[in-house]
Design a protein around this ligand. Structure first.
Ligand code: BG6
Length: 484
């Protein structure tokens, strides 16, 4: 199947850090359909050869399973082209159209990896240039807006130009192998389904912890913050994957209908829950692996009196028959104690204890997203204490390491999602109504913060965030997984 993939923002950070390496990996794995062309679009005055050289030089700084040889890169580079464009200029779209019309392809993918403020301009200009044909697919990177109204405005414009089935709203967490494994675990096995409900589950914890700070993205992050950057999209998508009902089939809309129901069932915020169940933090100076690191307020592009949150912990519930009363905790932050993304499902204790033992880590299913990708089932087992020649109960762990099981050359999130776009598979992309519902739910938090002069609580870099996050979960009689 032949395709043209136009990469708006072709010289930007996302293009060289994630998208080009992902396309290269697909090429190397032999999964990128033949007859493809990748057209970078940017403001710089580059020839196709200069663009190829730029991408080659950047490949030295990114994560690839192995550096490409000159010969291998040259074969990949033959797919690359470059078109210089000022995205506000109508005439430049005509030049793009000319390049695209040089040949007929089955599919044209427009990947808009630009500042979100340009999304509507790009879509409108594509339509004006006649580039919104039935074979066109448009990919929109997050963040899609900064609140419900701006999200709707973007979606409305896009809808005037493209049909919903042509729009691929990307959330790269949905492309992570662990998330697809979660679908496989829940809907490909009958084992857990009877237990997957309020009668058997005490609480669920979703953690996306990063070690990195805001790096060079201070100016962007200042107007974004952790709630918009991570919770509104990635964390809520994980919550949907954990909490949704089994879809009637594996088609995109069946899956998205069920995710939408979860978002609609999230408990509405009240003045009390907003003040008690949402904790925001901001990293202060601290220590990461023995190195002193700066406070958020001292990062490049950040206001020294900033109130932007780099950490959020919150408690919510899904108000339906399956989940009523079960707390779902979400926690995400930058400059935390480790790079660790996982979902912890804590089952209820046995109804009657016959062993004189603290369960501790047992009775728990952990879905690891990164750095490791796999499943851990924590159980209580009979161990042997040789010193006392006695048997003791001990927590043990069944560990399914997917990297070991399936090899480490597995398909990464962007690689998987880009191939899905080219193939026209929408399962792992977000529909506009899901996105709007997620904004509707986070908006009261944003409004509450606007009027809360206290600002985020400071936490030392290299820790698990402000202590209020542990206090919040302790009120329910639970603790974060690493505290048990
Ligand atoms: C992005 C956020 O969507 O996800 C970044 O904008 C964050 O701030 C990144 O660092 C995390 O992704 P991953 O795949 O590295 O966990």
């Amino acid at each position: 199947m032949s395709f043209d993939l136009v990469l708006f923002g072709g010289t930007g950070d996302l293009a060289w850090r994630k998208l080009m390496p992902a396309l290269f990996q697909a090429f190397r794995h032999g999964t990128l359909p033949e007859g493809g062309r990748i057209i970078g679009v940017g403001r710089d005055d580059l020839s196709a050869d200069q663009y190829r050289a730029l991408i080659r030089s950047r490949f030295d700084q990114v994560d690839l399973d192995k550096r490409p040889s000159m010969e291998e890169f040259t074969r990949f580079a033959a797919l690359l082209d470059f078109v210089r464009m000022d995205l506000s200029q109508t005439a430049d779209y005509a030049r793009l159209a000319q390049t695209l019309n040089q040949r007929q392809t089955d599919t044209v993918v427009m990947y808009v990896a630009t500042a979100p403020s340009l999304f509507t301009t790009v879509c409108e200009q594509l339509a004006a240039a006649g580039l919104n044909t039935a074979k066109t697919r448009v990919v929109l990177e997050k963040p899609l807006g900064h609140d419900l109204a701006s999200n709707r405005a973007i979606n409305d414009t896009v809808r005037r130009v493209f049909g919903e089935k042509q729009v691929f709203r990307i959330d790269h967490y949905l492309g992570k192998p662990a998330v697809q494994n979660l679908f496989a675990l829940r809907f490909g096995n009958a084992l857990f389904e009877p237990l997957w409900r309020r009668e058997h589950i005490a609480n669920i914890q979703i953690t996306i912890a990063e070690e990195l700070g805001v790096e060079k993205r201070g100016a962007f992050y200042e107007t974004t913050g952790a709630l918009r950057d991570m919770v509104q999209n990635h964390a809520l998508q994980l919550l949907c994957a954990i909490g949704m009902e089994p879809p009637i089939n594996s088609h995109a809309d069946a899956i998205r209908d069920e995710k939408l129901k979860v978002l609609r069932s999230l408990k509405p915020w009240t003045a009390e829950t907003l003040s008690q169940d949402v904790i925001r933090g901001q990293y202060a100076a601290g220590n990461m692996a023995g190195n002193a690191v700066a406070a958020y307020r001292d990062e490049l592009g950040v206001n020294p009196a900033s109130h932007t949150e780099t950490f959020v912990a919150l408690r919510t519930e899904i108000s339906n028959w399956r989940w009523a009363g079960v707390p779902f905790y979400i926690r995400t932050g930058k400059r935390l104690a480790g790079r660790d993304a996982r979902i912890v499902v804590n089952f209820r204790p046995t109804p009657h204890a016959i062993f004189n033992s603290q369960l501790g880590m047992a009775n728990r299913l952990v879905i690891n997203l990164q750095p490791k990708d796999g499943l851990e089932l924590h159980l209580l087992a009979q161990g042997q204490d040789n010193r006392r020649n006695a048997s003791t109960l001990a927590p043990v762990q069944l560990d399914l390491d997917f990297d070991k099981r399936f090899g480490s050359g597995r398909v990464g999130a962007y690689e998987r999602l880009l191939l899905d776009v080219i193939d026209g598979r929408l399962n792992l992309f977000v529909r506009s109504d899901e996105q709007e519902e997620a904004w509707r739910w986070v908006e009261p938090i944003l409004n509450y913060w606007k009027n809360d002069s206290q600002g985020p609580r400071p936490y030392a870099a290299g820790t698990w965030g402000p202590s209020a996050s542990s206090a919040m979960i302790a009120r329910d009689g639970f603790c974060w997984a690493e505290e048990s």
